[in-house]
Ligand binder design. Structure first.
Ligand code: NCD
Length: 334
């Protein structure tokens, strides 16, 4: 019912799963100059990034090297913890021959009350060309992009809003396994409300033409925004994954929940956790995805995380190819 209501709003043109406008990311000619989110990006742009990423992998799925950014410098500014995203951005910058720095924020002048914009302008004066930013505040990368010229801003996750490179690497992984997005059924399972990954994945799947997108979540963690056409909501895992091609599981984002909303982990696992037995409800060749970090025994059990249908580690490798591709495209080199 709620999804149906949301869908009718969407037809009026005001709906979107990423809640913040990505206005400054395209220049007047429509060229991508920042990557803030996937909202507003045409299908052709997403496919172009996926094609460039694909060309950066050999036929065994291993990464190639590129000289494309040998005249550029990239700075990572991570204000939130990260293993996969920060390290894969660093590796991606190095594999495209850029100079890379991880700004040591714990010991930077922001701790002496320098504003973030002053820190950014200072780094720009050090000839940094691209900034990769993760921050707990939704919309912060967008504000920075609107207030600084001549550099590219890449959103590596802003609050609960968007995580565009994660969604792109998820799309690359799905395309590798399923060939195309036509006729796919995709279930996104878990804490959809607080997940920037889910919000960008819904956007990407929708733009790429997936007609059956299922959001499977307990009542207090279900989608809270404006869902595109083709999105349906389930509070029952068995129904939500029945016959699907792809299962995207999500971590419980406890750090973003009110304490009353934090589910009992045992009950959550019994109701929404993926086990070998439940996997049989999906198509026999369905794939299981997770952006990481995985909580074994909560979102999925170890048999599933390490099993033949899991593509979780392939997602990590694809993350490097996609981040290389995004930087190369933003630099105008592809
Ligand atoms: C995600 C994030 O930080 O949004 N992780 C990631 O980037 N690989 C998801 C999460 O933290 O659960």
């Amino acid at each position: 019912m709620i999804c149906a209501l949301l869908n009718s709003y969407y037809k009026l043109g005001s709906m979107n799963p990423e809640s913040i406008s990505n206005d400054p990311q395209l220049d007047a000619s429509g060229k991508l100059i920042h990557l803030l989110g996937l909202k507003g990006l045409p299908k052709t742009e997403l496919e172009h990034i996926l094609d460039v990423a694909n060309d950066l992998l050999d036929n065994k799925g291993n990464l190639k090297k590129s000289k494309a950014l040998d005249d550029m410098s990239v700075a990572n500014l991570f204000f939130e913890p990260s293993t996969r995203t920060r390290n894969t951005f660093e590796i991606a910058a190095k594999r495209t021959s850029a100079n890379t720095i991880n700004v040591d924020l714990a010991n930077s002048a922001t701790k002496k009350n320098e504003t973030l914009m002053d820190t950014m302008q200072t780094l720009k004066a050090m000839q940094i060309d691209m900034f990769v930013i993760r921050h707990k505040e939704s919309g912060l990368p967008h504000r920075i992009a609107s207030n600084i010229n001549g550099v590219a801003i890449i959103n590596a996750g802003d609050g609960t809003n968007a995580h565009p490179t994660q969604a792109l690497l998820d799309m690359l992984t799905i395309r590798q396994h399923k060939g195309s997005f036509d006729n796919l059924s995709v279930a996104i399972i878990g804490d959809i409300r607080h997940s920037r990954v889910a919000h960008s994945d819904i956007q990407a799947l929708s733009t790429l033409g997936v007609k059956d997108i299922r959001l499977v979540a307990p009542e207090n963690l279900k989608f809270n925004g404006k869902a595109p056409e083709g999105v349906s909501c389930f509070d029952n895992l068995h129904e939500g994954i029945d016959g699907v091609d792809v299962m995207m599981t999500l971590r419980l984002q406890k750090e973003r929940m009110m304490s009353a909303d934090i589910p009992n982990e045992q009950v959550y696992f019994e109701t929404f956790g993926l086990t070998d037995k439940k996997l049989k409800l999906a198509k026999p060749d369905a794939i299981v995805m997770h952006p990481g970090p995985v909580n074994r025994g909560i979102e999925l059990d170890s048999g599933v995380a390490d099993g033949p249908q899991s593509v979780i580690l392939q997602q990590v490798t694809n993350g490097i190819a996609v981040r290389m591709a995004v930087m190369v495209v933003l630099a105008g080199k592809a």
